[in-house]
Design a protein around this ligand. Sequence first.
Ligand code: C2O
Ligand code: CU
Ligand code: CU
Length: 473
Amino acid sequence: GEMMSPNMGGIGAIQAADLPLMPPSAMPSGQPLSPLVQLANQSDQSAVFEADLEAKVVEMELAGGKKTEVWAYNGQLPGPQIVVNEGDTVRIRFKNSLSQPTTIHWHGLAVPEAQDGNPQDEVLPGQTRLYEFKIAENSAGTYWYHPHPHGLVAEQVYMGLAGSLIIKSKTDPFAHLQEQHWLISDLRLDQDGRIPPNTLSDWINGREGEFVLINAQLTPQISLNGNQRLRIWNATSARYFRLHLPNVEWIVVGTDGGLLEEPLSAGDELFLVPGQRLEVIPRISQNGTATLISRYYDRRKMMVREAPTTLTLAKVELTQTDVALPQRLRTFAALPPVAVKRTVVFRERMASGMNGDTAGMLQNMFLVNDQVFDMKRIDFEGKQGETEEWLLFNSSHMDHPFHIHGTQFELINRTLNGETRQEPYRAKRDILNLKPMEKALIRFVQTEKGLKMFHCHILEHETLGMMAMLQVK
Ligand code: C2O
Ligand code: CU
Ligand code: CU
């Protein structure tokens, strides 16, 4: 059954962990991979992208012949893919048809404060609003969008609200390649086909849905050749992936914020943490059928002892195709000299004993610089165009993926167990995993003024307030 507490704020119900779930075999699997559906551009002007998005409740038959209530953008799972060009003006007419407030956050993009879906700018149930912004030059890359209302992000995303966004460049060295998109999400269904609320363990460790899906499909059948650019999204709340596909060497050509300067081999394993994206060219050494798996990653969950498990994600038909990759993909301009240095510490505070006020404990547990998020508190003030250098420190017992809005940062070095490793290449990211007791030095510039949230991208932790704000003036 369910356990309720009078003062749960945004947390809502906490579901008992022993709820009977839908068995994985109840969902159809092995179907050919469907491409992500694109959001049609309704504008006939050049360099303008205009479309409608509606967050609404829909019923879908996902598994076991049961109807599932899903919250979805335009009724689609995943949300429709937005494809725009550098320099475009984007106008999204948004309608909130949910019964709770929401916003759309443009994850990874530099947009003006009022357009970024901040928790301060809620769209109330039944309301509409226009999101309007210009796509920055040199921002070609792989992004996504999802809700960001205070206290409701975890629920709205696990109910189905998330979509992908791609920015194209006129000077793309891979423009001649075919594209293939894998948006990885997960889903939990109870035996009646409902998406149940979070358990206590979900709130503490992050929710991992039992169905792990690519483009909303369970173990799809994929055809892959070496003449393709693969864009991969980790749109889960809390799953860590170590993707492995036999006979494939992953050549990473882009990170969250677009192309690297040079292609980089990741060997036989791609590490992808919640919120993160990669652009990859598969180097295939043998034709045949292979299984895409995710190896177990020990992210030190609390109070859970699970057996290490390997996930099966897809069946892949491999066709060897040799492509000569360009050696130079782009050149990053040097960042201006560092103007400000700050320290950001992720920490957990455990209450003694778990029998008291569970919701209260959860809402005071996940801290940034020893504080829980407060919408009215400005944590840092910075200046537009100035280079910020942040020392991130995970002073806790579990991994936390750091994310900051409005910019792409560069990782300079990481320190773990007293050993500092310089990052050997430059890359634009907006997500960086921190292992327990790991430190990382990052640098970035904010080009747009306004409030920039930074937080753990395990959505339960973000929802519980492991978040703070930089105000850019
Ligand atoms: Cu995906 Cu606050 O972000
Ligand atoms: Cu974001
Ligand atoms: Cu976290």
